[in-house]
Design a protein around this ligand. Structure first.
Ligand SMILES: Nc1ncnc2c1ncn2[C@@H]1O[C@H](COP(=O)(O)OP(=O)(O)OP(=O)(O)O)[C@@H](O)[C@H]1O
Length: 571
C-alpha cells in the first residue's frame, strides 16, 4: 500500500481502488473529486458512476459537494451520469422495487414495513417452540449460506432456514419487506433473475463505496455478485471507525480488498480536522502515525481528562462549559457524547416513557417536540400512532407519506399531520399537562377529530376498536415532561448524542462521558468495537476534547491517559 496525497488518489487511473484513510483525512472531498474524475475519463457514456454510502447525512453532503464541484468545473452540473445514494437506497431503487416482486411472487410493487404495522400481527416465524414476528428476522450470510435469527429478550434465537424462508415468502407474497429482508430479497433477485444482475453491472460499470468499513457480509455478497459480473468497485474507509460490529460489519472486506489482484491499494494519512494534540491521542489509541495539518490555535485547545461523580452531572457540565468558553467555542458547536441511548437520556435528563401502543407513540411525539425540539422525530412518532389507529389496509401509510405518494395526495396529508404535531393548543397536547388526566383527555378528543378528517378527506378508514387503542393505559399521574428543577440550570446547555449519531461529523468541542469499561476499551486500542467507539468519539473533536472519567477509577487510568497525550483539566 502506498500513502498518497488526496489529489494523487483522485487522479489515479480508472479501475478498482482501495483507499484506507485516517480520521479527518477529507474522505468526503476525496470521494467527490474521484467521482468527478472517473466520470470525466470513463468512455462508456451510457454507464452511470455510483457513489454509495451508509447514511442520509453522508449522501446529502456528497450530493451538495458534487453539485458545487460540477458547477465549478463546467458551469452546469450534469448529474444524470452519476448517482449518489445510500447503499440500501441503491438496492431499493434498482433491485427491490422494480424486480424483487417476481422472486417474492407478489402482485404489487414491494414496500418497506417498519415492523409495527397492524397487518403484520399474523405474520410469524417459528423457532421450533414458539412464534416470533417475521418482521423481527435478522439475516446474515456465512460461507455463502443465509443464516436467520430473531432477537428475543436479551438473546438472539436461531431460526431454521426452511422455517425462516417459509415465513419470509409469505410476507413477501404480500409485497412487504423490512430493511433486513430487503437485502435478502435483493440477493435472491440477483441470483434468481440473472438478467437483472447483468443489466445492473452494465448500467453501473463503476461503483465507489464510502465508509467501506461499514460493509457487512450481506452487502458484501451483493457487491461480490456485481464484481463477478464486471463491475469495478472502489472502496474508501477507515477500519478504525467500524462501529457496526453488531450488524456484522467488521471492516474485514475493506481490510482485505486492497490485496486482491487488480486492485490498487493506497492510504491517506493527513488529518485536516483536529489540532495536533488530538491527532496525537488518536495516533496513540490506534497505533497510527498520521500527521495533523492544522496548527495550534491561540485559544485553549487539546485533549483533556476530567474526573466526575455520577451524582454530580451539573458540576461536570459546568466544568465543560467553562472550558468551552475559554476555548472561545460557541455552546451550539460543542457536544456531549455517550456510548448508549440510555446514557444520552440520563445526560439529557430523560423522561419516563408512558403509555402503550398508539398512546405510547403520541407520548414519544410529545417528548420529542416539547423537550428535545426534534420535530422530525415528533412527526415520525405521530405518524406511527395515527397508522396504528387506522384499518389494516392502511398499514403502509408511513411509507407512502415518506414517498410523497401522489395517489393519496401525501403532501397535503403530511401538512395536516404536521399541523396536528406542531400545534399544542389544537393538536398534540402539551407535555406539561398531567398525563393520565389532562393530556390523555385532550389527546383522545383531538385524535378522534383528526381521524374523522382523515376519513372524509383521504378515505383513510379508522380501525374498528379505536376506544381500546386509545385507552388510558400505563399513563402516570404526572406531566409527560417534568419541568426542570429551576435550581439545576445546566442540563440543556449542550446537545447530547450517541457516538454512532455523530459518526462522520466534525465538532468544535467534544466531551466523551465514559464509564470504566469504555475507557479501558478505548485505551486498549481499536481491535474491539468498544475501543473503536472511543476512537470515533475522540476523532470528532476539532479543537477541544474532554474525556470524562468516573472519579472512582481516574487514579487507575491516569498514567495511561497521560502517556496517550491527555492532560488533566485545570492543570
Ligand atoms: N484538503 C483539505 N484542506 C483543508 N481542509 C480539509 C481538506 N479536506 C478536508 N478538510 C476538512 O477536514 C475536515 C474533515 O473532513 P471529512 O469530514 O471529509 O473527513 P473524513 O475523512 O470523512 O473524516 P472521518 O472519517 O473522521 O469522519 C472537514 O472539516 C473538511 O472540511
Amino acid at each position: 500500500m502506498s500513502f498518497l496525497a488526496r489529489e494523487t488518489i483522485v487522479g489515479l487511473p480508472l479501475g478498482a481502488v482501495c483507499v484506507t484513510a485516517c480520521a479527518g483525512s477529507g474522505k468526503t472531498r476525496t470521494a467527490t473529486h474521484r467521482l468527478w474524475e472517473v466520470r470525466q475519463r470513463m468512455k462508456d457514456r451510457h454507464g452511470i458512476v455510483a457513489l454509495l454510502s451508509f447514511s442520509n447525512v453522508a449522501v446529502d453532503t456528497f450530493r451538495r459537494d458534487y453539485y458545487v464541484l460540477a458547477r465549478e468545473k463546467v458551469g452546469s452540473p450534469n448529474s444524470s451520469s452519476v448517482e449518489i445514494e445510500t447503499m440500501d437506497g441503491f438496492l431499493t431503487a434498482n433491485i427491490i422495487r422494480p424486480h424483487a416482486y417476481r422472486s417474492m411472487q407478489a402482485k404489487r410493487t414491494p414496500y418497506l414495513v417498519q415492523g409495527h404495522e397492524p397487518f403484520l400481527k399474523g405474520q410469524k416465524v417459528y423457532d421450533g417452540s414458539m412464534p416470533h414476528p417475521t418482521a423481527s428476522l435478522e439475516v446474515a450470510i456465512d460461507g455463502g449460506e443465509f443464516e436467520f435469527t430473531v432477537n428475543f429478550g436479551y438473546s438472539s434465537v436461531a431460526i431454521q432456514p426452511t422455517e425462516a424462508v417459509k415465513s419470509i415468502n409469505r410476507l413477501g407474497a404480500a409485497g412487504a419487506y423490512t430493511h433486513a429482508l430487503g437485502r435478502y430479497w435483493a440477493i435472491r433477485t440477483l441470483q434468481e433473475q440473472p438478467f437483472v444482475l447483468r443489466a445492473l453491472a452494465r448500467r453501473y460499470p463503476t461503483i465507489l463505496v464510502d465508509e467501506a468499513q461499514d460493509i457487512g457480509p450481506v452487502h458484501q455478497a451483493i457487491l461480490e455478485l456485481l464484481i463477478d459480473s464486471g463491475c469495478q468497485l472502489s472502496l474508501i474507509g477507515d477500519k478504525n471507525q467500524g462501529i457496526y460490529d453488531f450488524s456484522g460489519a467488521t471492516g474485514m472486506f475493506l481490510g482485505e480488498y486492497g490485496e486482491r489482484l487488480g486492485v490498487q491499494s493506497h492510504g491517506l494519512t493527513i488529518n485536516y480536522r483536529s489540532v495536533p494534540a488530538i491527532v496525537e491521542v488518536a495516533n496513540k489509541l490506534s497505533g497510527r502515525t498520521d500527521t495533523a495539518e492544522r496548527t495550534v490555535p491561540s485559544a485553549l485547545s487539546g485533549a483533556f481528562y476530567i474526573p466526575y461523580k455520577n451524582a454530580e452531572k451539573d458540576k461536570l457540565q459546568g466544568a465543560f462549559r467553562s472550558m468551552v468558553d475559554t476555548a472561545a467555542i460557541a455552546h451550539a458547536d460543542a457536544m456531549i457524547l455517550c456510548r448508549s441511548v440510555e446514557w444520552v437520556d440520563k445526560w439529557r435528563g430523560g423522561e419516563k416513557i408512558q403509555g402503550q401502543g398508539a398512546i405510547k407513540a403520541f407520548v414519544n411525539a410529545t417528548i420529542f417536540r416539547d423537550k428535545l425540539q426534534r420535530y422530525d422525530d415528533a412527526f415520525r412518532f405521530a405518524c406511527a400512532g395515527i397508522t396504528s389507529l387506522l384499518a389494516d389496509e392502511h398499514g403502509d401509510l408511513v411509507v407512502r407519506i415518506a414517498r410523497n405518494d401522489a395517489l393519496i395526495d401525501a403532501l397535503s396529508l403530511k401538512r395536516m399531520i404536521w399541523k396536528f404535531v406542531r400545534d399544542a393548543s389544537l393538536g398534540l397536547p402539551s407535555g406539561s399537562l398531567i398525563a393520565d388526566k389532562e393530556w390523555h383527555q385532550l389527546l383522545v378528543k383531538r385524535v378522534r377529530a383528526l381521524l374523522r378528517e382523515l376519513e372524509s378527506k383521504y378515505a383513510l378508514r379508522p380501525a374498528d376498536n379505536i376506544g381500546n387503542k386509545l385507552a388510558k393505559k400505563a399513563l402516570l399521574n404526572r406531566p409527560i415532561i417534568e419541568m426542570p428543577d429551576l435550581a439545576s440550570t445546566d442540563l440543556a446547555t449542550f446537545h447530547v448524542s450517541t457516538v454512532h449519531q455523530v459518526k462522520g461529523q466534525s465538532i468544535e468541542a467534544v466531551m466523551y462521558v465514559a464509564n470504566k469499561e469504555q475507557i479501558r476499551a478505548m485505551l486498549n486500542g481499536t481491535d474491539t468495537e468498544l475501543g473503536r467507539i472511543g476512537y470515533v468519539a475522540v476523532t470528532r473533536a476539532r479543537n477541544l476534547l474532554v474525556l470524562a472519567v468516573p472519579d472512582t477509577c481516574v487514579g487507575e487510568f491516569e498514567p495511561e491517559l497521560v502517556s496517550c497525550g491527555f492532560k488533566k483539566a485545570g492543570t
